[in-house]
Design a protein around this ligand. Structure first.
Ligand code: MEV
Length: 420
Protein backbone atom coordinates (compact mmCIF):
# COMPACT_ATOMS: atom_id res chain seq x y z
CA UNK A 1 0.00 0.00 0.00
CA UNK A 2 2.97 2.36 -0.46
CA UNK A 3 3.90 4.90 2.23
CA UNK A 4 1.52 4.30 5.02
CA UNK A 5 0.90 5.82 8.44
CA UNK A 6 -0.06 2.91 10.69
CA UNK A 7 -0.72 5.33 13.53
CA UNK A 8 -3.13 7.38 11.47
CA UNK A 9 -4.69 4.16 10.30
CA UNK A 10 -5.25 2.87 13.81
CA UNK A 11 -6.20 6.07 15.55
CA UNK A 12 -8.14 7.78 12.76
CA UNK A 13 -11.77 7.45 11.79
CA UNK A 14 -13.17 5.09 9.19
CA UNK A 15 -12.98 7.90 6.63
CA UNK A 16 -9.30 8.54 7.50
CA UNK A 17 -8.55 4.87 7.00
CA UNK A 18 -10.29 4.84 3.66
CA UNK A 19 -8.23 7.88 2.63
CA UNK A 20 -5.01 6.25 3.77
CA UNK A 21 -5.73 3.13 1.75
CA UNK A 22 -6.88 4.90 -1.38
CA UNK A 23 -3.93 7.31 -1.33
CA UNK A 24 -1.48 4.45 -0.80
CA UNK A 25 -2.99 1.99 -3.24
CA UNK A 26 -5.17 3.98 -5.61
CA UNK A 27 -8.05 1.61 -4.73
CA UNK A 28 -11.51 3.06 -4.51
CA UNK A 29 -14.04 1.81 -1.99
CA UNK A 30 -17.04 1.18 -4.20
CA UNK A 31 -17.03 -2.52 -3.33
CA UNK A 32 -16.74 -2.02 0.40
CA UNK A 33 -19.70 0.21 1.04
CA UNK A 34 -20.77 3.77 0.28
CA UNK A 35 -23.71 4.24 2.60
CA UNK A 36 -22.65 6.83 5.20
CA UNK A 37 -24.86 5.40 7.98
CA UNK A 38 -23.51 1.91 7.47
CA UNK A 39 -19.94 3.25 7.50
CA UNK A 40 -20.64 4.82 10.90
CA UNK A 41 -22.21 1.57 12.04
CA UNK A 42 -19.09 -0.39 11.01
CA UNK A 43 -16.98 2.10 12.92
CA UNK A 44 -18.84 1.50 16.16
CA UNK A 45 -19.09 -2.26 15.74
CA UNK A 46 -15.45 -3.22 15.12
CA UNK A 47 -11.96 -1.73 15.31
CA UNK A 48 -9.98 -0.47 12.31
CA UNK A 49 -13.11 -0.61 10.15
CA UNK A 50 -12.70 0.47 6.52
CA UNK A 51 -16.11 -0.44 5.13
CA UNK A 52 -18.71 -3.18 5.15
CA UNK A 53 -19.13 -6.37 3.19
CA UNK A 54 -22.45 -6.89 1.44
CA UNK A 55 -23.38 -10.56 1.96
CA UNK A 56 -26.60 -11.38 0.07
CA UNK A 57 -29.69 -11.56 2.28
CA UNK A 58 -32.64 -13.70 1.15
CA UNK A 59 -35.89 -14.87 2.67
CA UNK A 60 -36.57 -18.61 2.43
CA UNK A 61 -39.89 -20.34 2.83
CA UNK A 62 -42.65 -20.79 3.59
CA UNK A 63 -41.59 -23.56 5.97
CA UNK A 64 -44.30 -25.17 8.13
CA UNK A 65 -42.98 -25.02 11.70
CA UNK A 66 -45.17 -25.87 14.70
CA UNK A 67 -48.35 -25.39 12.68
CA UNK A 68 -47.38 -21.99 11.23
CA UNK A 69 -45.93 -21.16 7.83
CA UNK A 70 -42.85 -19.06 8.40
CA UNK A 71 -40.53 -17.06 6.16
CA UNK A 72 -36.89 -17.15 7.25
CA UNK A 73 -34.27 -14.47 6.57
CA UNK A 74 -30.91 -15.95 5.62
CA UNK A 75 -27.62 -14.20 4.84
CA UNK A 76 -25.36 -16.40 2.76
CA UNK A 77 -22.85 -16.25 -0.06
CA UNK A 78 -23.71 -19.80 -1.20
CA UNK A 79 -26.08 -20.44 -4.11
CA UNK A 80 -28.88 -23.02 -3.71
CA UNK A 81 -29.00 -22.81 0.12
CA UNK A 82 -32.17 -20.69 0.20
CA UNK A 83 -33.74 -22.56 -2.74
CA UNK A 84 -33.20 -25.83 -0.83
CA UNK A 85 -35.16 -24.61 2.22
CA UNK A 86 -38.00 -23.28 0.09
CA UNK A 87 -38.05 -26.57 -1.75
CA UNK A 88 -38.13 -28.57 1.51
CA UNK A 89 -41.02 -26.36 2.65
CA UNK A 90 -42.94 -27.18 -0.55
CA UNK A 91 -42.61 -30.92 0.16
CA UNK A 92 -44.88 -30.39 3.16
CA UNK A 93 -47.58 -28.56 1.18
CA UNK A 94 -50.07 -31.44 1.29
CA UNK A 95 -49.23 -33.02 4.65
CA UNK A 96 -46.63 -33.37 7.38
CA UNK A 97 -44.53 -30.58 8.81
CA UNK A 98 -41.84 -29.80 11.35
CA UNK A 99 -42.31 -29.60 15.11
CA UNK A 100 -39.72 -28.16 17.47
CA UNK A 101 -38.72 -27.85 21.13
CA UNK A 102 -36.05 -25.97 23.03
CA UNK A 103 -34.44 -26.23 26.45
CA UNK A 104 -34.02 -23.27 28.77
CA UNK A 105 -31.18 -20.99 27.62
CA UNK A 106 -28.62 -22.07 30.21
CA UNK A 107 -24.96 -21.24 29.55
CA UNK A 108 -21.81 -22.08 31.49
CA UNK A 109 -19.06 -19.75 32.73
CA UNK A 110 -15.76 -21.34 33.73
CA UNK A 111 -13.12 -20.29 36.20
CA UNK A 112 -9.85 -22.25 36.14
CA UNK A 113 -7.62 -22.19 39.20
CA UNK A 114 -3.97 -23.28 39.39
CA UNK A 115 -1.55 -23.75 42.29
CA UNK A 116 -4.30 -24.77 44.71
CA UNK A 117 -2.85 -25.42 48.15
CA UNK A 118 -4.50 -28.77 48.79
CA UNK A 119 -5.27 -31.99 46.84
CA UNK A 120 -7.78 -31.46 44.05
CA UNK A 121 -10.62 -33.44 45.66
CA UNK A 122 -10.43 -31.33 48.83
CA UNK A 123 -10.56 -28.10 46.80
CA UNK A 124 -13.58 -29.39 44.88
CA UNK A 125 -15.23 -30.07 48.25
CA UNK A 126 -14.36 -26.61 49.57
CA UNK A 127 -15.85 -24.94 46.50
CA UNK A 128 -19.06 -26.92 46.92
CA UNK A 129 -19.25 -25.98 50.58
CA UNK A 130 -18.93 -22.29 49.61
CA UNK A 131 -21.72 -22.48 47.08
CA UNK A 132 -24.05 -20.12 48.98
CA UNK A 133 -21.34 -17.50 49.46
CA UNK A 134 -20.44 -17.69 45.76
CA UNK A 135 -24.08 -17.34 44.79
CA UNK A 136 -24.49 -14.36 47.13
CA UNK A 137 -21.41 -12.65 45.67
CA UNK A 138 -22.96 -12.97 42.21
CA UNK A 139 -26.32 -11.54 43.23
CA UNK A 140 -25.71 -7.93 42.12
CA UNK A 141 -24.43 -9.03 38.69
CA UNK A 142 -27.27 -11.47 38.13
CA UNK A 143 -30.04 -9.31 39.60
CA UNK A 144 -31.44 -7.94 36.33
CA UNK A 145 -31.31 -11.36 34.70
CA UNK A 146 -33.09 -12.88 37.71
CA UNK A 147 -35.83 -10.25 37.40
CA UNK A 148 -36.33 -11.50 33.83
CA UNK A 149 -36.70 -15.10 35.04
CA UNK A 150 -33.11 -16.16 34.37
CA UNK A 151 -29.96 -16.05 36.49
CA UNK A 152 -28.26 -18.61 38.75
CA UNK A 153 -29.10 -22.26 38.03
CA UNK A 154 -26.29 -24.38 39.39
CA UNK A 155 -22.58 -24.76 39.99
CA UNK A 156 -20.11 -27.60 39.79
CA UNK A 157 -16.41 -28.06 40.28
CA UNK A 158 -14.00 -30.58 38.83
CA UNK A 159 -10.33 -31.39 39.27
CA UNK A 160 -8.52 -31.68 35.91
CA UNK A 161 -5.76 -34.04 37.01
CA UNK A 162 -3.37 -33.93 34.01
CA UNK A 163 -3.04 -30.14 34.11
CA UNK A 164 -3.49 -29.97 37.92
CA UNK A 165 -6.16 -27.32 37.49
CA UNK A 166 -9.45 -26.83 39.26
CA UNK A 167 -12.40 -25.95 37.02
CA UNK A 168 -15.45 -24.24 38.51
CA UNK A 169 -18.47 -24.12 36.20
CA UNK A 170 -21.35 -21.71 36.85
CA UNK A 171 -24.64 -22.47 35.12
CA UNK A 172 -26.61 -19.34 34.35
CA UNK A 173 -29.90 -18.93 32.51
CA UNK A 174 -29.36 -16.01 30.14
CA UNK A 175 -32.95 -15.76 28.80
CA UNK A 176 -32.90 -13.76 25.52
CA UNK A 177 -29.19 -12.91 25.45
CA UNK A 178 -26.29 -14.88 24.07
CA UNK A 179 -24.85 -14.36 27.51
CA UNK A 180 -21.14 -13.85 26.83
CA UNK A 181 -20.90 -10.50 28.62
CA UNK A 182 -22.92 -11.58 31.62
CA UNK A 183 -21.09 -14.88 31.99
CA UNK A 184 -17.66 -13.33 31.61
CA UNK A 185 -18.51 -10.62 34.14
CA UNK A 186 -19.87 -13.20 36.58
CA UNK A 187 -16.79 -15.41 36.18
CA UNK A 188 -14.44 -12.46 36.71
CA UNK A 189 -16.40 -11.18 39.69
CA UNK A 190 -15.74 -14.30 41.75
CA UNK A 191 -12.04 -14.65 40.89
CA UNK A 192 -10.81 -13.21 44.23
CA UNK A 193 -13.38 -15.18 46.21
CA UNK A 194 -12.36 -18.45 44.58
CA UNK A 195 -8.68 -17.68 45.20
CA UNK A 196 -9.54 -17.12 48.87
CA UNK A 197 -11.51 -20.37 49.08
CA UNK A 198 -8.97 -22.58 47.30
CA UNK A 199 -5.68 -20.89 48.16
CA UNK A 200 -4.88 -21.03 44.44
CA UNK A 201 -4.53 -18.51 41.66
CA UNK A 202 -7.08 -17.98 38.91
CA UNK A 203 -5.61 -18.89 35.53
CA UNK A 204 -8.53 -17.59 33.46
CA UNK A 205 -12.27 -16.96 33.59
CA UNK A 206 -14.48 -17.17 30.52
CA UNK A 207 -17.75 -18.63 29.28
CA UNK A 208 -17.80 -22.07 27.65
CA UNK A 209 -19.11 -22.15 24.10
CA UNK A 210 -19.98 -25.82 24.42
CA UNK A 211 -23.58 -24.81 25.20
CA UNK A 212 -24.79 -28.33 25.98
CA UNK A 213 -27.48 -26.98 28.24
CA UNK A 214 -28.95 -24.81 25.51
CA UNK A 215 -30.32 -27.18 22.90
CA UNK A 216 -33.19 -27.18 20.43
CA UNK A 217 -34.63 -30.05 18.45
CA UNK A 218 -36.79 -30.48 15.37
CA UNK A 219 -38.79 -33.43 14.15
CA UNK A 220 -40.29 -33.91 10.69
CA UNK A 221 -42.74 -36.37 9.14
CA UNK A 222 -43.28 -36.58 5.43
CA UNK A 223 -45.20 -39.14 3.36
CA UNK A 224 -42.63 -41.10 1.32
CA UNK A 225 -44.66 -40.69 -1.87
CA UNK A 226 -43.93 -36.94 -1.83
CA UNK A 227 -40.23 -37.67 -2.29
CA UNK A 228 -40.70 -39.28 -5.72
CA UNK A 229 -39.66 -37.21 -8.76
CA UNK A 230 -38.12 -37.49 -12.25
CA UNK A 231 -38.27 -41.28 -12.30
CA UNK A 232 -37.04 -41.61 -8.69
CA UNK A 233 -39.45 -43.65 -6.62
CA UNK A 234 -40.53 -41.97 -3.34
CA UNK A 235 -40.22 -45.04 -1.16
CA UNK A 236 -36.75 -45.84 -2.49
CA UNK A 237 -35.65 -42.21 -2.08
CA UNK A 238 -36.82 -42.30 1.55
CA UNK A 239 -34.96 -45.56 2.15
CA UNK A 240 -31.79 -44.06 0.66
CA UNK A 241 -32.15 -40.91 2.83
CA UNK A 242 -32.29 -43.18 5.89
CA UNK A 243 -29.15 -44.97 4.76
CA UNK A 244 -27.38 -41.68 3.98
CA UNK A 245 -28.12 -40.44 7.50
CA UNK A 246 -26.72 -43.71 8.94
CA UNK A 247 -23.58 -43.32 6.86
CA UNK A 248 -23.17 -39.79 8.28
CA UNK A 249 -23.41 -41.24 11.79
CA UNK A 250 -20.93 -44.01 11.06
CA UNK A 251 -18.37 -42.28 8.83
CA UNK A 252 -16.88 -39.06 10.26
CA UNK A 253 -15.65 -37.88 6.83
CA UNK A 254 -19.24 -37.89 5.63
CA UNK A 255 -20.57 -36.68 9.01
CA UNK A 256 -18.69 -33.39 8.69
CA UNK A 257 -20.16 -32.66 5.24
CA UNK A 258 -23.62 -33.72 6.39
CA UNK A 259 -23.38 -31.28 9.31
CA UNK A 260 -21.92 -28.56 7.09
CA UNK A 261 -25.16 -28.82 5.10
CA UNK A 262 -27.22 -28.44 8.29
CA UNK A 263 -25.12 -25.39 9.21
CA UNK A 264 -25.69 -23.88 5.75
CA UNK A 265 -29.13 -22.96 7.04
CA UNK A 266 -28.35 -22.30 10.68
CA UNK A 267 -25.30 -20.09 10.06
CA UNK A 268 -27.20 -18.10 7.43
CA UNK A 269 -29.97 -17.41 9.98
CA UNK A 270 -27.33 -16.57 12.59
CA UNK A 271 -25.71 -14.05 10.28
CA UNK A 272 -29.03 -12.51 9.22
CA UNK A 273 -29.99 -11.98 12.87
CA UNK A 274 -26.55 -10.69 13.93
CA UNK A 275 -25.86 -13.75 16.09
CA UNK A 276 -22.41 -15.10 16.88
CA UNK A 277 -21.99 -17.64 14.07
CA UNK A 278 -18.66 -18.93 15.40
CA UNK A 279 -20.15 -19.74 18.81
CA UNK A 280 -23.06 -21.59 17.22
CA UNK A 281 -20.76 -23.50 14.82
CA UNK A 282 -18.33 -24.45 17.60
CA UNK A 283 -21.13 -25.77 19.81
CA UNK A 284 -22.66 -27.76 16.93
CA UNK A 285 -19.45 -29.53 16.03
CA UNK A 286 -18.57 -30.28 19.66
CA UNK A 287 -22.02 -31.86 20.05
CA UNK A 288 -21.39 -33.99 16.97
CA UNK A 289 -18.39 -35.50 18.74
CA UNK A 290 -20.02 -35.95 22.12
CA UNK A 291 -20.09 -39.78 22.01
CA UNK A 292 -16.54 -40.13 20.76
CA UNK A 293 -16.23 -40.26 16.97
CA UNK A 294 -17.67 -37.24 15.13
CA UNK A 295 -21.06 -38.06 13.62
CA UNK A 296 -23.95 -36.56 11.64
CA UNK A 297 -26.38 -34.62 13.82
CA UNK A 298 -29.65 -35.67 12.18
CA UNK A 299 -31.36 -39.05 11.99
CA UNK A 300 -34.01 -40.46 9.65
CA UNK A 301 -36.19 -43.56 9.81
CA UNK A 302 -39.34 -44.86 8.14
CA UNK A 303 -42.61 -45.61 9.94
CA UNK A 304 -45.17 -47.18 7.61
CA UNK A 305 -45.30 -44.91 4.58
CA UNK A 306 -43.88 -41.88 6.36
CA UNK A 307 -40.29 -40.68 6.51
CA UNK A 308 -39.41 -39.36 9.97
CA UNK A 309 -36.43 -37.14 10.67
CA UNK A 310 -34.98 -35.52 13.75
CA UNK A 311 -32.23 -33.13 14.72
CA UNK A 312 -31.06 -32.06 18.15
CA UNK A 313 -28.14 -29.74 18.83
CA UNK A 314 -27.01 -26.77 20.88
CA UNK A 315 -28.42 -23.58 19.36
CA UNK A 316 -27.31 -20.62 21.47
CA UNK A 317 -29.25 -17.97 19.54
CA UNK A 318 -29.96 -14.59 21.13
CA UNK A 319 -32.51 -11.89 20.30
CA UNK A 320 -30.78 -9.12 22.21
CA UNK A 321 -27.23 -8.00 23.02
CA UNK A 322 -24.10 -7.65 20.92
CA UNK A 323 -24.89 -7.09 17.24
CA UNK A 324 -28.31 -8.72 17.65
CA UNK A 325 -31.03 -6.12 17.45
CA UNK A 326 -28.36 -3.40 17.18
CA UNK A 327 -27.51 -3.84 13.53
CA UNK A 328 -30.51 -2.58 11.52
CA UNK A 329 -30.46 -5.69 9.29
CA UNK A 330 -30.64 -7.90 12.36
CA UNK A 331 -33.64 -5.94 13.66
CA UNK A 332 -35.27 -6.29 10.27
CA UNK A 333 -34.70 -10.06 10.23
CA UNK A 334 -36.14 -10.50 13.71
CA UNK A 335 -39.21 -8.53 12.68
CA UNK A 336 -39.71 -10.77 9.62
CA UNK A 337 -39.67 -13.70 12.03
CA UNK A 338 -42.33 -12.04 14.23
CA UNK A 339 -39.86 -11.04 16.99
CA UNK A 340 -39.45 -14.44 18.65
CA UNK A 341 -37.73 -14.83 22.02
CA UNK A 342 -34.36 -16.59 22.09
CA UNK A 343 -35.86 -20.04 22.57
CA UNK A 344 -38.30 -19.39 19.71
CA UNK A 345 -35.43 -18.37 17.44
CA UNK A 346 -33.43 -21.47 18.34
CA UNK A 347 -36.48 -23.62 17.50
CA UNK A 348 -36.74 -21.95 14.09
CA UNK A 349 -33.00 -22.62 13.62
CA UNK A 350 -33.47 -26.32 14.41
CA UNK A 351 -36.35 -26.58 11.90
CA UNK A 352 -34.28 -24.74 9.31
CA UNK A 353 -31.25 -27.01 9.82
CA UNK A 354 -33.39 -30.12 9.43
CA UNK A 355 -35.16 -28.77 6.32
CA UNK A 356 -31.81 -27.85 4.77
CA UNK A 357 -30.52 -31.34 5.51
CA UNK A 358 -33.60 -33.08 4.08
CA UNK A 359 -33.32 -31.13 0.82
CA UNK A 360 -29.59 -31.90 0.51
CA UNK A 361 -30.02 -35.62 1.22
CA UNK A 362 -32.94 -35.97 -1.17
CA UNK A 363 -30.89 -34.40 -3.97
CA UNK A 364 -27.74 -36.37 -3.08
CA UNK A 365 -29.47 -39.78 -3.13
CA UNK A 366 -31.30 -39.03 -6.39
CA UNK A 367 -30.12 -36.68 -9.16
CA UNK A 368 -27.15 -35.17 -7.24
CA UNK A 369 -26.70 -31.52 -6.32
CA UNK A 370 -24.91 -30.13 -9.35
CA UNK A 371 -27.94 -29.77 -11.61
CA UNK A 372 -29.60 -27.51 -9.02
CA UNK A 373 -26.62 -25.13 -9.17
CA UNK A 374 -26.76 -24.50 -12.92
CA UNK A 375 -29.37 -21.71 -12.90
CA UNK A 376 -27.46 -19.53 -10.43
CA UNK A 377 -24.17 -20.36 -12.10
CA UNK A 378 -25.53 -18.95 -15.38
CA UNK A 379 -26.72 -15.79 -13.59
CA UNK A 380 -23.27 -15.30 -12.04
CA UNK A 381 -21.62 -15.76 -15.42
CA UNK A 382 -24.02 -13.21 -16.91
CA UNK A 383 -23.13 -10.74 -14.14
CA UNK A 384 -19.39 -11.34 -14.62
CA UNK A 385 -19.85 -10.72 -18.35
CA UNK A 386 -21.31 -7.27 -17.60
CA UNK A 387 -25.08 -7.89 -17.48
CA UNK A 388 -26.99 -5.76 -14.98
CA UNK A 389 -30.63 -5.49 -13.86
CA UNK A 390 -33.10 -7.06 -16.31
CA UNK A 391 -30.25 -8.18 -18.54
CA UNK A 392 -29.18 -10.79 -15.99
CA UNK A 393 -32.12 -13.24 -16.33
CA UNK A 394 -32.31 -12.63 -20.09
CA UNK A 395 -28.64 -13.21 -20.79
CA UNK A 396 -28.40 -16.15 -18.38
CA UNK A 397 -31.08 -17.88 -20.50
CA UNK A 398 -28.79 -17.34 -23.50
CA UNK A 399 -25.89 -18.81 -21.52
CA UNK A 400 -27.88 -21.93 -20.65
CA UNK A 401 -29.44 -22.39 -24.10
CA UNK A 402 -26.14 -21.93 -25.94
CA UNK A 403 -24.13 -23.81 -23.29
CA UNK A 404 -21.69 -20.90 -22.84
CA UNK A 405 -19.06 -21.94 -20.26
CA UNK A 406 -16.07 -19.66 -19.75
CA UNK A 407 -16.03 -16.01 -18.60
CA UNK A 408 -14.26 -14.84 -21.76
CA UNK A 409 -16.77 -16.45 -24.08
CA UNK A 410 -19.59 -15.07 -21.96
CA UNK A 411 -18.13 -11.53 -22.12
CA UNK A 412 -17.70 -11.70 -25.91
CA UNK A 413 -21.19 -13.08 -26.45
CA UNK A 414 -22.66 -10.51 -24.06
CA UNK A 415 -21.22 -7.59 -26.12
CA UNK A 416 -22.73 -9.09 -29.30
CA UNK A 417 -26.07 -9.79 -27.56
CA UNK A 418 -26.30 -6.23 -26.24
CA UNK A 419 -25.76 -4.77 -29.71
CA UNK A 420 -28.68 -6.73 -31.17
C1 MEV B 1 -23.12 -28.06 0.32
O1 MEV B 1 -22.92 -26.74 0.76
C2 MEV B 1 -23.83 -28.88 1.37
C3 MEV B 1 -23.91 -30.37 1.08
O2 MEV B 1 -22.62 -30.88 0.81
C4 MEV B 1 -24.50 -31.02 2.31
C5 MEV B 1 -24.46 -32.54 2.29
O3 MEV B 1 -23.59 -33.12 1.60
O4 MEV B 1 -25.27 -33.13 3.01
C6 MEV B 1 -24.77 -30.63 -0.14
Amino acid sequence: MGVFSYRKFRKGTIRDRRDVISQGSGKDFAATGRDEDLLDLSEVMIEQAVGYFGVPLGVAGPLPVDGKKIMIPMATEEPSVIAAVTFAGSLFSSSGGITTRASDPVMVAQIFIEDVGEPGAICVEKVFESRDIIRKRLKPILETMEERGGGWRNMDARWIAPSRTLAVNLQIDVRDAMGANLLNSAAEEIRPLLEEITGGRVLMAILSNRSWNRTASARLSIPVKVLGHNGFNGKDTARRIVRASRVAREDPDRGVTHNKGIMNGISALALATGNDCRAIEAAAHAYAGRYGPYHGLSEYWIEGDVLQGSLEMPLPFAVTGGAVGFHPASRWSLEILGNPDARGLSRIAAALGLAQNLAALRALVSEGIQSGHMGLHARRLAYAAGARGDEIPLFSTVIRNDDIRGKEEAARRFSEWRLK
